[in-house]
Design a protein around this ligand. Structure first.
Ligand code: LMR
Length: 330
């Protein structure tokens, strides 16, 4: 009798273990890797996605968020995605150059006058088509996420392009950004985001370009005495996944995940709008960095020297695409 009960209990335990392991096996794990702080548009978007998935799809999907380059730096994450080591990321559009030339469009200086123009272009057919421009390389764009327009920070006041002469600027890995700084006779250095603070602090470089939220959350303003409010370029993101991972999901589940992602992106875009103003104010209040506002004449000088970069990349990006993006300002 005792032996029978023991056997029955053992088989029950086995069945339970089997059931739980088969549930576990079915649960999709999405590792979301990014390089910025949690209190940024991208950090908050990723956390929102994790929350929504936990709320609505808990038995089927789990999202793990790795901020601050904890899992992968921006120079490694796409390779890791193709190897299946991470399932989602939202690199800056400047970081896709190795996978698509068209996306270089977004780095052209002074292309968009404000975020409304960016929205208009990204929701157009041309903008949406760019999301699938890396499919053959194994990457699928699931949506655009905003951060905002970039400002120039430096160890010296930058009012006119000649002030940048000979200074070293950290840039993201983008040839367009390199050309933009070469146009003002500065020296561009491609470096991962995780290294920027130390490079500035040790004065290995003189300056960098970024949005208010990145300058604030990564404390660049504490080691850069001047920030020129230039709004000269765009820092936006593409939320990407690997085609292999995405197409392997069951159709219904894929749509459910996509809907929650869209909701998180919409939330992130609101955060971006708010943070751009709030973080600028916090930097002003800190008095660690002086904010320089350009006169229209000074700004016109930057436009004049940087705009020829468009022509330089016209063949790679495509004139029609540049025209379409520019026309979104109208
Ligand atoms: C940078 O490298 O400057 C930014 O792209 C970081 C980020 O992801 O916002």
């Amino acid at each position: 009798m005792v032996r029978k009960v023991t056997l029955a209990l053992a088989s029950l335990a086995l069945a339970a273990a089997f059931t739980s392991s088969s549930v576990m096996a079915k649960q999709v794990v999405i590792k979301f890797s990014h390089v910025v702080a949690e209190n940024t548009p991208k950090g908050q978007m990723a956390n929102k996605f994790k929350e929504l998935v936990a709320e609505k799809l808990a038995d089927k999907v789990v999202v793990e968020v790795y901020p601050n380059s904890q899992l992968f730096g921006d120079n490694k994450v796409l390779e890791a995605m193709l190897l299946g080591d991470v399932q989602m990321a939202a690199p800056a559009l400047s970081k896709f150059e190795r996978y698509t030339k068209a996306v270089q469009l977004y780095d052209l200086p002074f292309l968009f006058k404000d975020m409304a123009a960016v929205d208009k272009f990204q929701s157009s057919e041309e903008g949406q088509n760019m999301l699938s421009s890396m499919k053959k390389k194994g990457l699928i764009g699931l949506g655009y996420l905003h951060n905002g327009l970039k400002q120039l920070s430096s160890s010296q006041p930058l009012r006119v392009p000649a002030d940048a002469n000979g200074l070293k600027f950290r840039i993201m890995a983008s040839d367009v950004l390199a050309a933009q700084f070469q146009a003002v006779n500065a020296v561009p250095l491609k470096k991962p985001f995780s290294e920027v603070f130390t490079l500035l602090q040790t004065k290995a470089i003189d300056g960098q370009e970024n949005t208010w939220s990145n300058i604030y959350s990564k404390k660049f303003y504490e080691v850069q005495p001047y920030i020129t409010e230039s709004n000269h370029g765009l820092l936006d993101y593409m939320v990407v996944t690997s085609a292999e991972f995405w197409m392997d999901l069951d159709d219904g589940l894929r749509s459910e995940i996509k809907a929650l992602l869209d909701e998180s992106i919409a939330f992130g875009n609101q955060v971006a709008l708010k943070k751009s103003e709030e973080d600028k104010q916090k930097i002003i209040e800190s008095k660690r960095s002086e904010i320089l506002t350009l006169t229209p004449e000074e700004r016109a000088q930057w436009v004049e020297v940087m705009k020829p970069v468009w022509k330089e990349f016209e063949d790679e990006v495509g004139k029609d695409l540049i025209d379409a993006a520019y026309n979104s300002n109208m």
